[in-house]
Design a protein around this ligand. Structure first.
Ligand code: GDG
Length: 460
């Protein structure tokens, strides 16, 4: 069996189940074949010699973590400047929030080259390499330039925007051409595949060899939708465990006379938080019977605070929450409980289970695992209702959720009301179908399908 090499900006620790489903699933795959997980290390002084920047840490389970330290200038330009200041907004359709500076693009290229050089020194001829996410799009091209001929796959965790949005990105042709150095490109959804196909044909003049393969630049690229899932069993086990059960008991007691709604997100402008608050406000305005009843607990975990747009979204969200609470609160009821801090991982399923309704309303999202976690955490006998944006990748699978357009405030408010009033039998049926779906397409199946497809492709 070939050895698996996973590359991502941040290396996970597969030995800690609390580090999330992705780390666990990749950890499983790495343990099976023995493997290497490579990513960015610490920020170090620019004068630190290259040979002192690569660190190898063998774990017990035949997996080695390899990290490469970067200089402050390189890391900031690559991570904050280009990956999160340009690619993240553009790929989430927010050209207005992209701050393009050629120096950041240079740093992005430089870091991908440094990664490739360090990684190439660790590779064996029959390794299988799996690169993750927008930070590392040109990595395979850099590896190929160094003579690496291994099979290399790429998975994009965020959406791929339509052709004309991508075309507005300076250097888009260079970036998209770099995909052809991969043997397989995985996207989250069929909608993303439509965008890729159209871009490749219209902008890269690629030949469409089949539904999933394209020829251009003397290379063949195979691509497909591989929607990511959860580690469902572990998530359910976490929901049954004491920390989640304690959270559930406390919330049930506190909200015994109320209907609890929940939102859990990184504080990111892609998650549609202001739109969600406006819909909640409309609900309270139009349906006075929900006042004193519906209480929204919104966790907005701090994220990327060094990027300017994230400060703006925080101010906007806090002003909306403050105004709603000011306008509607009573002495014994506050409509929104807003927490600007992360909740402990083990408590998260308890909050999901205590809620009657989850509001997962991103303006655009590659997948959105919160939607799937909410489904996994429910009690099948008395499940809550998922209100889900049709613009989350998850909407392609969770068709039994109440799908909404988050820009349509009135319709979203009505969907929330529908969710609050949904009869038990309908809730059970919808939940049953969604649970079956997330079980069938869990993170292990995702990982297997991607790697099997990659193994199927002839190497470079
Ligand atoms: C990217 C793509 C894609 C959230 N708040 C807290 C907390 N969380 C956890 C959730 C969930 C995870 O963070 C968020 O996952 P998402 O999938 O919603 O979003 P991104 O971080 O944007 O991830 C996304 C994903 O990659 C995987 O491919 O689905 O579309 O954007 O697990 O539970 N966890 C804790 N406290 C919090 O307050 N502990």
């Amino acid at each position: 069996m070939s050895r698996l090499v996973v590359v991502s900006n941040r290396v996970g620790d597969p030995s800690k189940p609390s580090s999330g489903g992705l780390a666990v699933a990749l950890g499983d795959a790495l343990t099976k074949s023995g493997g290497l997980w490579f990513g960015a290390g610490e920020v170090v002084d620019a004068a630190t010699p290259t040979d002192q920047r690569l660190h190898l840490k063998p774990l017990d389970n035949k997996v080695t973590l390899a990290t490469l330290d970067l200089s402050r200038e390189d890391y900031d330009g690559y991570y904050r400047g280009y990956a999160n200041g340009v690619l993240w907004p553009v790929f989430h359709y927010r050209l207005d929030l992209a701050h393009f500076e050629s120096g950041h693009l240079d740093a992005y290229r430089r870091v991908n080259r440094q990664f490739a050089q360090a990684l190439a020194s660790l590779l064996q001829p029959d390794d299988i390499i799996w690169v993750h996410d927008y930070h590392l799009i040109p990595l395979a091209a850099e590896l190929r330039a160094l003579g690496c001929q291994q099979r290399i796959g790429f998975f994009l965790h965020i959406p791929l925007p339509p052709q004309l949005i991508l075309a507005a990105l300076p250097g888009h042709d260079w970036l998209m051409r770099a995909l052809f150095a991969y043997d397989l490109v995985g996207l989250q959804s069929e909608a993303d595949m439509v965008h890729l196909r159209r871009y490749l044909v219209a902008e890269a003049h690629a030949e469409e060899l089949s539904e999933h393969s394209f020829g251009a630049f003397n290379r063949m690229l195979r691509a497909g939708a591989f929607p990511i899932g959860l580690d469902v069993d572990s998530f359910i086990a976490m929901a049954e465990a004491p920390p989640a059960q304690e959270t559930l008991a406390t919330l049930r007691q506190q909200y015994a006379q109320r209907q609890l709604l929940v939102g859990i997100d990184r504080l990111d402008y892609s998650k549609g938080l202001p739109q969600r608050m406006k819909a909640f406000r409309t609900l309270l305005e139009r349906h006075p019977e929900t006042r004193q009843q519906a209480t929204l607990v919104q966790i907005a975990a701090p994220s990327r605070e060094e990027v300017e747009a994230y400060g703006d979204i925080r101010r906007e969200l806090e002003s909306l929450c403050g105004a709603i609470n000011g306008d509607f609160s009573e002495l014994d009821w506050t409509p929104i409980r807003y927490l600007h801090k992360p909740l402990e991982r083990e408590a998260v399923p308890g909050l999901y289970r205590a809620a009657k309704v989850a509001l997962v309303t991103p303006l655009r999202d590659g997948m959105n695992l919160v939607a799937k976690e909410f489904v996994a955490a429910q009690d099948p006998a008395d499940p809550g209702v998922l209100v889900l944006s049709r613009f989350a990748g998850a909407a392609e699978q969770l068709t039994e959720a109440l799908l909404v357009n988050p820009y349509d405030t009135d319709a979203t408010a009505e969907a929330i009301l529908h969710a609050l009033k949904m009869p038990l039998e309908e809730r059970q049926l919808r939940h049953q179908r969604m649970l079956a779906n997330i079980r069938e397409h869990d993170v292990h199946a995702w990982q297997r399908r991607f790697l099997e497809t990659l193994m199927d492709v002839s190497p470079a």
